[in-house]
Design a protein. Structure first.
Length: 664
């Protein structure tokens, strides 16, 4: 390792300990320990252009152990991204570009939001998978326009998280050889030496996954790490490079201990560290020769210019493929997308099918997948139940292009991999499982919402309506809890038409994820006027207006809209007019203007909500009563369960008449 490389690494160490000290908050240990590894990767291998963080063919870098965010911020600053020293001085402060954990969309050059351990490496698997699939789809002989690597730094904590097993197993199976992970093997976590609770043979574990494993690399020797990366690039498998390091390297009294993991070093230890590193510069001061050594702007522009020339040749030889790749990487939908959705909706209205909404969803996928070729489907081992496949889909296999992924029983891993694919660009991922298992993947849903990604999560078997499988599989609290996640658009459509609109909205939603929730049981088709059809996209609308003045309003979603319509018809025979409001998406309805919401839910009429789930959520709409399920379910046929939980025409009718009487 050269003296210059050592000084380049020390620049990272100094900036990291100074920023954490000034903020009086943060994690200096990992950046100080991985500084030499960062020199090896960022100076000798990583292809990127600080002037264009969105260059299509850049290598992706993921800091899975995101608590060490100052490592990434130091690298971005030193290599020439739009991250001035003032932002490093403002580390962890309000509205800075250097938040406590890296955040996608906040800091130029940050590829994904990390911090929840294990999800960064999972996103990296998704990025590598997207790269492999796009290369297989778009590259032509002599034209490798999609050809880049995904690198991830990860620590012991990432490897302890169960999600790392899910995604790394799949990465090995799919032979994602453009994925290279560098493990910070320092043996320390917050509680101390990990040997007492993390003593597995990690290299053997990854070899069992089908990875190429490079053992015993000195993580404080940039030359050795760079050589290991070069070897990794020759493998036909994903690679784990095991880098032995000391956390807090350079600190005379804290290196190698948990004391340096998540707390500032303190002024005295920082002074001692400066002396030990022979770093004589004041806080936040970097010598000009190190700025020059780190500056990647010239090299990055040269790399991108060379690719631009290759892409120009590709455009000339394959103009349609080039235009399609650019469109998809921009996230633009095909020009005729809206027309296709309108045609699908019209078809649903014409067919008037009474089917399960999971089947309605599959019909929508069937109609739209050919029009939106970037749709990348999948399921967590429930394809035949979630119905996320379609007639022309092809399974993704190792080194074989496809557009439907068998994720295996890996709900959390599936969701985080989908997020990685969405981050990479070129595909709109959707994946399915049972709604009750959304709990397994919940933090990935939250991260998709936080990053405003176009990930589409398909959840079927949405209520007690799935019947005999019982309370372990019957969703009760999940729909309402998903609605509480900011920026997650939740849809629970009631029939074929609403399912088509929901799919159209999810695909069109460029800056946010969607959760599409579907039934196992059949749901009756509802005839609508053109105005009603156009109102579905607003999230809530009047689906039935009585012939005489309404005395009450029923609000319902999904399979319960049919029940609401039956109840309205029953009460009409008694001369009681009932307005029925279908609210397939509270997310979209809540975003409407006050006038529209008042026109749908007028003041002065008692409101009763019906949903086969917990009732608490619905009181926000000023309901006088809510019919739902505030306990776990039971194992029995669906019709018996609906009667058992009071979700019947007779019982709801009694409640509505009581509410009308109380309102007088």
């Amino acid at each position: 390792m050269s003296n210059l490389q050592n000084r380049m690494a020390n620049a990272i160490r100094a900036l990291s300990m100074d920023a954490v000290q000034q903020a009086n908050s943060g994690h200096p240990g990992m950046p100080m320990g991985m500084a030499d590894i960062a020199v090896a990767l960022w100076d000798q291998h990583l292809h990127h252009n600080p002037a264009d963080p969105h260059w299509i063919n850049r290598d992706r870098f993921v800091l899975s152990n995101g608590h060490g965010s100052m490592l990434l911020y130091a690298l971005l600053h030193l290599t020439g991204y739009d991250l001035p020293m003032s932002e490093l001085k403002n580390f962890r402060q309000l509205h800075s570009k250097t938040p406590g954990h890296p955040e996608y969309g906040i800091t130029p050059g940050v590829e994904t939001t990390t911090g929840p351990l294990g999800q960064g490496i999972s996103n990296a698997v998704g990025m590598a998978l997207a790269e492999q699939l796009l290369a297989e789809e778009f590259n032509r002989p002599g034209h490798d326009v999609v050809n880049h690597y995904t690198y991830a730094f990860l620590g012991d904590g990432c490897l302890m998280e169960g999600i790392s097993h899910e995604v790394c197993s799949l990465a090995g199976t799919l032979k994602l050889n453009k994925l290279i992970a560098l493990w910070d093997d320092n043996g320390i976590s917050i509680d101390g030496k990990v040997v007492s609770w993390f003593n597995e043979d990690t290299p053997k574990r990854f070899e069992a996954y089908g990875w190429n494993v490079i053992r015993g690399v000195d993580g404080h020797n940039a030359g050795a790490v760079a050589n290991a990366i070069a070897r990794a690039k020759q493998s036909d498998k994903p690679t784990l490079i095991c880098c032995k390091t000391a956390i807090g390297q350079g600190s005379p009294n804290m290196a190698g201990s948990d004391k340096v993991h998540g707390s500032p070093l303190g002024a005295e230890e920082i002074a001692a560290t400066r002396k030990a590193l022979n770093w004589t510069h004041p806080p936040f001061e970097i010598p000009d020769d190190l700025y020059l050594a780190w500056d990647f702007r010239g090299r990055g522009q040269t790399l991108q210019n060379a690719w631009n020339e290759r892409f120009a040749a590709y455009q000339k030889a394959h103009p349609r493929s080039a235009a399609e790749l650019i469109r998809r990487m921009r996230g633009d939908l095909p020009a005729d997308f809206t027309e296709k959705v309108h045609a699908l909706v019209a078809q649903c209205q014409a067919k008037a099918e009474t089917i399960a909404t999971r089947k309605s969803s599959q019909n929508a996928i069937e109609a739209l997948a050919s029009a939106v070729p970037e749709m990348m489907g999948g399921s967590a081992d429930l394809t035949g139940s979630n119905l996320t496949n379609w007639s022309a889909c092809k399974p993704v296999r190792a080194k074989q292009w496809g557009n439907h992924i068998n994720y295996g029983v890996r709900e959390f891993g599936m969701s985080a991999i989908m997020n990685g694919m969405a981050l990479h660009g070129g595909y709109i991922p959707f994946g399915g499982t049972f709604l009750t298992f959304s709990d397994y993947s919940r933090n990935a849903l939250r991260m998709a919402a936080l990053m405003k990604l176009r990930s589409i999560f398909v959840f079927t078997h949405d209520s007690i309506g799935l019947g005999e499988d019982g309370p372990t599989h019957q969703s009760v609290e999940q729909v309402s809890s998903l609605r509480l996640i900011p920026n997650l658009a939740v849809w629970r459509p009631c029939d074929t038409t609403e399912s088509a609109v929901a799919w159209g909205a999810a695909l069109e939603r460029k800056h946010g994820p969607s959760a599409l929730i579907f039934s196992r049981q059949n749901c009756p088709f509802i005839a609508r006027t053109q105005k009603q059809i156009e109102s579905i996209a607003r999230g809530g609308y009047v689906v039935h207006e009585p012939s005489k003045a309404a005395k009450a309003v029923i609000i319902a979603t999904g399979s319960e809209v049919g029940l609401a319509m039956q109840t309205a018809a029953h009460l009409a025979k008694e001369g009681i007019g009932i307005r029925v409001v279908s609210m397939p998406s509270t997310t979209y309805f809540d975003q409407q203007d006050i006038q529209y919401k008042a026109s749908v839910l007028p003041a002065g009429l008692p409101r009763v909500a019906i949903e086969a789930g917990v009732t608490d959520y619905w009181w926000k709409y000023g309901c006088a009563a809510v019919h739902g399920v505030d306990t776990f379910g039971e194992s029995a046929p669906a019709n018996q369960l609906y009667a058992h939980f009071g979700l019947t025409v007779d019982q709801i009718s009694v409640t509505i008449k009581q509410c009308i009487a109380q309102a007088k």
